[in-house]
Write a protein that binds this ligand. Structure first.
Ligand code: NOJ
Length: 558
């Protein structure tokens, strides 16, 4: 499992709309990304994942694509993209794109043709069915709430949309659809992009016959994941993509893989399968989504992440992440932004980043950004948030309670503009930002942290550099220690005669590390998020709240 460039990579997930605005329209753009490439190079990341940059009406901020071969107007031009790619390369970094091919926008010419007439040649490129008893063809609920079907009066049929009604699902059963997508993917590969993150990849196959999901009371749509997520046969489509497109270059492919457990991962990412480089699994954040007010259940988190580490050891490769544009900030979920911002941001970072796999950093995470502040329900921009608000109101929930719930869970939390400095609009734009800034930007911004090696940003930079210089931290075998300790996440990474010990106190209380397996007498502390308190050579030490340390045990480099 050695020898792929993407195994050594560190990925920076960039939300272009919120990264840097170059023309004062309040919306981030590609020239803005270009202007900040030096920052990313300084940080040490080697791959930039651009969330969708394609032409889109932005019902779901670019995850609704109207033209796969054009750049979104607000983001710039294809010439801007070409320049960005060349300049990224020149700095030794690479770009991967977000491939959204479970669905398109309803403004995509394919869909416009498909909906125009029942006998249009593209009719079957989407999933059309007759209604049933004056309602939708089945009882599936959309992942974004409400029925998964939209009625089209013009042709008197319904089309399927697993996300919003403006994101019709493509019909992957249709060979012309598969060909058109693979052709488009090869087109981007020919332009030189280094890979793709594939959106909603586990949803591309729907259960044959589109049967009803078992219904509660028979009224209204019901969640139907069993019928559209990881359905038998979905891997055939991944094979098509791999065979007809991905395998034509040395690229990195990352599937967004809701519904795949660690024991089911090998067929997706097993090195011998030739399908995907890695997948973004959902199990660890589902720990939190069940009850957003619950604290971190560390033992469960250790079980989940260790299961992934062990299941893929020697057979496949993990994608490591804590944050993305669909989640609130991890610091607000599992850290303590009020009392221990620096320590908890860096302890969480240390915990996930040094496992076996390719680490992903979501923009702003490297600054220790926390959730933003919402004053009213009108503050939510995200289409999913707005649909959830409608649903909660329909269920009789009071607006104050909805606001409290949404503030904890909304995706807008992680989509606020990048704080570059403490000046006007945090240096993000000279215009009006499309989404208000996180009000803590005067304290949490790049300029202030870049000059302070003791900052969260400085810590990320050191951690990235440490991983880059230590093959054991990239390829080494992972072993969990202290599985039942409710405060400490401790593990080792071993390769040949080098072992690293990673110990993170993920609680706001002091904790004692003790493990008889190692004597730390000859160990060197390679990274620590708090000044080290001297401790006698031994196999035990105390950690302050959210303290994290990384020791090298075994021979030091010559
Ligand atoms: C997953 C993406 O990450 C999310 O932002 C989007 O809303 C859905 N897929 C639909 O494309």
């Amino acid at each position: 499992m050695h020898g792929k460039w993407w195994q050594e990579a560190v990925v920076y997930q960039l939300y272009p709309r919120s990264f840097m605005d170059s023309n004062g329209d309040g919306i981030g753009d590609l020239p803005g990304v270009l202007a900040q490439l030096d920052y990313l190079q300084w940080l040490g990341v080697t791959v930039i994942w651009l969330c969708p940059i394609f032409r889109s009406p932005n019902d779901d901020n670019g995850y609704d694509i109207a033209d796969y071969r054009a750049i979104m107007d607000e983001f710039g031009t294809m010439a801007d993209f070409d320049r960005l790619m060349a300049e990224t390369r020149r700095r030794g970094m690479r770009i991967i794109l977000d491939l959204v091919v479970n669905h398109t926008s309803d403004e995509h010419p394919w869909f416009i043709a498909s909906r125009s007439r029942r006998d249009d040649p593209k009719r079957d490129w989407y999933i059309w069915r007759d209604g049933r008893n004056g309602g939708p063809p089945n009882n599936w609920e959309s992942i974004f709430r409400g029925p998964a079907w939209q009625y089209d009066a013009g042709t008197d049929q319904y089309f399927l949309h697993l996300f919003t009604a403006r994101q019709p699902d493509l019909n992957w059963e249709n060979a012309e659809v598969r060909d058109a997508i693979c052709d488009m993917v090869r087109w981007w590969m020919d332009k030189g992009v280094d890979g793709f993150r594939i959106d909603a990849i586990t949803h591309m196959k729907k259960a044959p016959g589109l049967p009803d999901a078992p219904a509660g009371d028979g009224h209204g749509p019901v969640p139907a994941y069993d019928f559209h997520m990881n359905v038998d046969g979905v891997l055939d489509y991944v094979d098509t993509l791999a065979r007809e497109a991905f395998s034509h270059g040395d690229i990195m492919t990352v599937g967004e893989a809701n519904g795949i457990g660690a024991d089911e991962a090998e067929p997706w990412v097993g090195a011998s399968r030739g399908r995907l480089s890695m997948i973004l699994q959902f199990e660890h954040w589902h720990l939190w989504s069940g009850d957003p007010r619950a604290g971190l259940d560390l033992c469960k988190l250790k079980r989940i992440l260790s299961h992934w580490q062990n299941a893929l050891e020697g057979v496949g490769w993990n994608a490591l992440y804590l944050e993305n544009h669909d989640l609130p900030r991890v610091l607000s979920r599992w850290g303590d932004p009020l009392q221990h911002r620096h320590a908890s941001a860096t302890a969480l970072a240390t915990m996930y980043f040094l496992m076996q796999g390719t680490p992903f950093i979501y923009q702003g995470q490297e600054l220790g950004m926390a959730n933003t502040v919402f004053h009213s329900l009108d503050d939510f921009d995200d289409v999913f948030a707005r649909q959830r608000i409608v649903e909660m109101r329909a269920n009789g929930m009071a607006d104050d309670d909805i606001l409290e719930e949404m503030a904890l869970t909304a995706r807008d939390n992680s989509r606020t503009p990048m704080p570059w400095n403490d000046g006007l609009n945090a240096g993000f734009t000279t215009g009006t930002p499309w989404l208000p800034l996180n009000p803590d930007y005067p304290q949490v911004n790049v300029a202030q942290q870049q000059t302070d090696p003791g900052s969260v940003l400085g810590y990320y930079r050191r951690m990235i550099a440490l991983r880059a210089s230590e093959p054991a931290l990239v390829f080494g075998r992972y072993r969990l220690l202290l599985a039942d300790d409710p405060q400490l996440y401790a593990y080792t990474r071993s390769l040949d005669d080098t072992t690293f010990l990673v110990v993170c106190n993920l609680s706001a209380r002091a904790a004692r590390y003790r493990h008889d397996g190692f004597n730390l007498e000859y160990a060197a502390c390679m990274l620590a998020n708090r000044p080290l308190l001297p401790h006698p050579p031994c196999n035990a030490f105390d950690l302050r709240p959210f303290e994290a340390r990384v020791y090298r045990i075994g021979p030091a480099p010559a």
